[in-house]
Design a protein around this ligand. Structure first.
Ligand SMILES: Nc1ncnc2c1ncn2[C@@H]1O[C@H](COP(=O)(O)OP(=O)(O)OP(=O)(O)O)[C@@H](O)[C@H]1O
Ligand SMILES: [Mg+2]
Length: 239
C-alpha cells in the first residue's frame, strides 16, 4: 500500500502542558486508522495538527511524500485533507442536495461535471431518498452523513473524523461504520477516526493507535489492544 500521510516526532506544547509528544504515525491510501485514548490523551490535538488548525511545536507532517508542515488549513484542504468537526456545519435551511452542491462548487468542480458528482455523493452517503429534504428536518445521524457528503463533495482524500458517532443511536453508529468502510473501499479514501465508542471501533476492524498523555502508548488490532492489561489500566487511571 502507498503511504498517504505520515508524521514524524509530532509534538505540541501549550505553555507548560505537553499535549502530544514524539508521535510517529502513518496512514496508507485506502486505509482506515482508529485513534483511541482516555479524555485529554491528545487525540483532538493530533488531528488538529494534521488538518492545520494547530501548528506543531516540533515534528513534521508529510502528505504523498511532500512536507506540508507549513501549509495552512485551506492549502491542506485543497490537497484533500479535510476534517469533520463534532458539530455539523451543514446549512439547516438548505436541502441535502443544495448543501452538497455548495461543497461540489466550492471544490472547483467544472460545471459540466457537477450534476454527476452531486448524484454520486448523494448515493455514496445513502442520501438519495432524502436529497430534497431540508437539513433541519433530518435526524442527527442523517445530518452527520450529510456532513461526510460535504467532505466527499470537497474531494477529500483523507477524512479526519473526531468522534463522528457522538450522540448517535446504536443503529446509526453501526450504519456509520459500514458507510465509512464502504467509502474508503469504493473511493480508495483514507480516514483517521477518533472514537470513544468501543463497539464502533471493533466493527471498523482498522489498526488502532492508543494515545496516552500525548504519546503513542501502543498500536495493534482490536484484539491485541483490547486484551492489553496496560491499556485497560490507563482507562481506569491506574497507569
Ligand atoms: N488550545 C489549548 N490550550 C491549552 N491546552 C490545550 C488546548 N487544547 C488542548 N489542550 C490540552 O491538551 C491536552 C490534550 O487535549 P485534547 O483535546 O487533544 O485531548 P483529547 O484526547 O481529544 O480528549 P477528549 O477525549 O476529552 O476529547 C488536554 O490536557 C487539554 O486540556
Ligand atoms: Mg477530543
Amino acid at each position: 500500500m502507498n503511504q498517504l500521510l505520515s508524521v514524524e516526532k509530532l509534538t505540541k506544547r501549550f505553555e507548560g502542558l505537553v499535549a502530544n509528544e514524539d508521535v510517529n504515525f502513518s496512514v496508507a491510501e485506502g486505509e482506515i486508522r482508529s485513534v483511541i485514548g482516555p479524555n485529554g490523551a491528545g487525540k483532538t490535538t493530533f488531528i488538529s495538527m494534521i488538518s492545520g488548525h494547530l501548528r506543531p511545536t516540533e515534528g513534521r507532517i508529510f502528505f504523498r511524500g511532500t512536507d506540508i508542515t507549513a501549509l495552512k488549513v485551506q492549502q491542506r484542504a485543497r490537497l484533500g485533507i479535510i476534517r469533520k468537526f463534532q458539530t455539523p456545519s451543514v446549512f439547516l435551511g438548505l436541502t441535502a442536495r443544495e448543501n452538497i452542491e455548495l461543497a461540489v462548487i466550492a471544490a472547483g468542480t467544472p460545471r459540466g461535471q457537477r450534476q454527476t458528482r452531486l448524484d454520486e455523493v448523494l448515493d455514496l452517503v445513502r442520501m438519495t431518498a432524502f436529497a430534497d429534504r431540508e437539513a433541519s428536518v433530518l435526524s442527527h445521524g442523517q445530518r452527520q452523513w450529510l456532513e461526510i457528503g460535504l467532505l466527499l463533495g470537497a474531494k477529500a482524500q483523507l477524512l479526519l473524523l473526531d468522534e463522528p458517532t457522538a450522540g448517535m443511536t446504536a443503529e446509526e453508529t453501526h450504519a456509520t461504520g459500514t458507510l465509512i468502510r464502504d467509502l474508503t473501499q469504493r473511493l480508495r479514501l483514507s480516514a483517521i477516526i477518533i472514537e470513544h465508542d468501543i463497539n464502533f471501533i471493533r466493527d471498523l476492524q482498522a489498526p488502532i493507535t492508543v494515545l496516552h498523555l500525548g504519546k503513542v502508548f501502543c498500536e495493534g488490532s482490536f484484539e491485541e489492544v483490547s486484551s492489553n492489561a496496560h491499556v485497560r489500566n490507563i482507562y481506569l487511571g491506574n497507569e
